[in-house]
Design a protein around this ligand. Sequence first.
Ligand code: SF4
Length: 237
Amino acid sequence: MEIKQDWVIPLNAAQFLDAQPDSFVRLLNSPKMRATFDQAVEEVRQALEPRACWERFPIRAIRHDKVVLADGTRLGGGPLVRVVAGAQELVLAVCTIGAQPDALIAAARRANQWFKMTLFHELSAWAVGLLRQELCHHLARVFQAEGLRVSAPLSPGESEWPVTDQKVIFALLDATQIGVSLNDSMMMQPIWSLSLALGCGRHAMGVEEASNCAFCTIQERCRYRAYVAAQRAEGKG
Ligand code: SF4
């Protein structure tokens, strides 16, 4: 298993605000609200502990909507098979921004600082999304350097791929080595963590040139999707 902990996650306030509704941006016309926002960005920036782990698993076969790995493990459902069709290996990964952002949210909640709590929540969601993009970009670079192609990434529970496959991913990948565990409700601890899968191999794959947003069940109402697309257009994710 590979582990990488030296990620640089630039929490750029202007880019974050570009993805926010105008009503929110107008709120920051108040110097007091703006000061709270700037402080929250800095506190989350200081709290980030980005880590990721991943491993490659040879694929034995595709059976209906399931990928069968060399050891007989099956996972899939939703778009997984369509996306990784043609892959020789399935790469499973878990990443996290650590437990501190959640501690910031809990402290703000105890202090009834609702605006700050909301800011911490949104900024943490933004940061883990940025980490995922960095991770996908890094994996693509590593595999392309080996002459391999990579498919679009997918996360269980985000697309039609059932969230119950998180259990399979955590059985195959020892994410406790980066401090991430999965509870019986399929929730990861720390909560600002996510898992993903992508296919790699020498042959063309089902879907290569797409982000996970293309399969996301809330893509129509997600305000971060445009940002992810812009980043991809700039070759950053
Ligand atoms: S559409 Fe939004 S929620 Fe869905 S994967 Fe993309 S950024 Fe995440």
